[in-house]
Structure formats: C-alpha cells, structure tokens
Design a protein around this ligand. Sequence first.
Ligand SMILES: O=C(O)CCC(=O)C(=O)O
Length: 277
Amino acid sequence: MAGSLSRKEIDGYKKNGYVFPVRAMSSRQALRYADDLESYEISSGGVISGNRRHKVHLLFTWANEIVRNARILDAVESIIGPNIICWTTNYFIKEPMDSAFVSWHQDSTYWGLEPPEIITAWLALSDVGFDSGPMKFLSGSHTSLQISHTDTFSEDNLLTRGQEIDIDVDETKTIDVVLKAGEFSLHHVRLVHGSHPNDSTTRRIGLAIRYIPTHVRQTKVRDSAMLVRGQDDYGHFDPEPSPKRNLDADAIDAHENAMKRQIAALYEGTQRTTMRR
Ligand SMILES: O=C(O)CCC(=O)C(=O)O
C-alpha cells in the first residue's frame, strides 16, 4: 500500500493499535496553529467549547489546512488506503494544573461507524510531556471487540458522555504518548486509551482528526463528512464544504448542519442537543 509509514511502523500499528511519533510539521508551524486557535478564543471571550470544539475544520481555514496536511494524510494512507474522508475533528485541551481528564475508553463506543477501520491522527499543538496529561494507550487492546461502557457525564471528563470502559485497565501495561509540538500519533478506533489531568504549568493542546476510508458507513443517522484525498465511489456521507473564510456565514451554517447529525449519533438515547463541553 502507498503512503509514508515504513513496513515496521505499519506492522507495529497492526500489532499494537498505534504508531507514534510521526512529524507533521515544524514545531514553529504547530505553535502558529495554536496561536490561530488562541486568537479565536480571545475574540470570542473564552476557551473553545461546546459545539465549536468539534468539526473545527468546517469553521476555520487553518483547521481545514491541518486536516489536509500531506504528511498526516500520507501516514494515514499507509493504513487505510488512498480514498480518505475526514469524519470529524475535536480539540482536546487541558489548561495548566487542570482537573480535566479522559477516562479509559474505546472511540468506537458511540460513533456508529462500521466497519471499525477508523483511525485518529492526534496532532500536538503544544509539547505534550509526561506531566501534561498525555494520552495513554493499552497496547494490543484494539484487537478486542467492542467492550461495554458506563456513562458518567462527569464534569471534568472531556468525553461526550464521560463514558468509562467496564474493565480494569492495568496502567503498568500502558504507554505514554509523549509528543513534541508538530508531531502526531495514530490510533485505532478500538484501542483502549485515556489520559490524566495536566499537572504541568503549560497549556496542553491536541487536535484529534478522525479519518475513515470511503467504504465505512454511518449506521445511526444520515451523516456528513469531508473527502480529503482520493475519490468517493460509495456516497455514504453527504459532502461537507471547506470554509472560504474563518467563521463566514456559509461555514457557520455548514457546521451547524453537520453538528446536528453528529450530536444525534453521539447522544442517541439522551435528550441532549448540544455538545457537553
Ligand atoms: O487528548 C486526550 O487525552 C484523549 C483524546 C482521545 O481520547 C482521542 O483522541 O481519541
């Protein structure tokens, strides 16, 4: 298969369910993207949150540029092939000394996507060290089937439902995903992972980009997504437009429309109509 990962990295992904670190861009470029985010936060009066923390590539030209980054797509292509759709993006931000965390979970739990061939590129837009609440991966756990989860809706949990996996995870068997700004990790949708609070004095910013091959289907709603490489011969998703300018009226409309569908899928069985945090 074409792409930029070596045979060893591809075999490592198949065996362990992840590969990292891979460099997407210079550290300086990553920090510029963090500045773009922070300029928006200053102009909007607070930390990016709610629906705006998700599918950001529909709202901001800089985020759209990131999901089309050739080095990220080349690595993703090595795993899922040349026809690539970006399903969503989510900022995972932890302020210095923040209590925010991510419980142990499998991404596949509420997404409704089948088959489970979804891959996440988690791009560090700040340095992510051992003390800044890096992701932790349970190696090889992606080969398990879907495991049941319990929704907690806990305030500090960054996941949509605060869902926690119904098994005990032995942390001595997990690996810390330490990254420099501009590097990314790739992980499988069934991989068990989570992260602790940020105990450092600097902000930890990650952008999770969810990619799928075009044959993957959404089983819960008529969904939308954006083709970012190759061609889509399946039409399982309505196409989403790239923003022409940051937050212009068309971009805001497209984002609202796409988020309604995503919320209907992720919060199925609840009364929620907006993202929690
Ligand atoms: O950023 C984190 O700590 C967790 C992110 C995560 O769970 C994901 O990208 O799937």
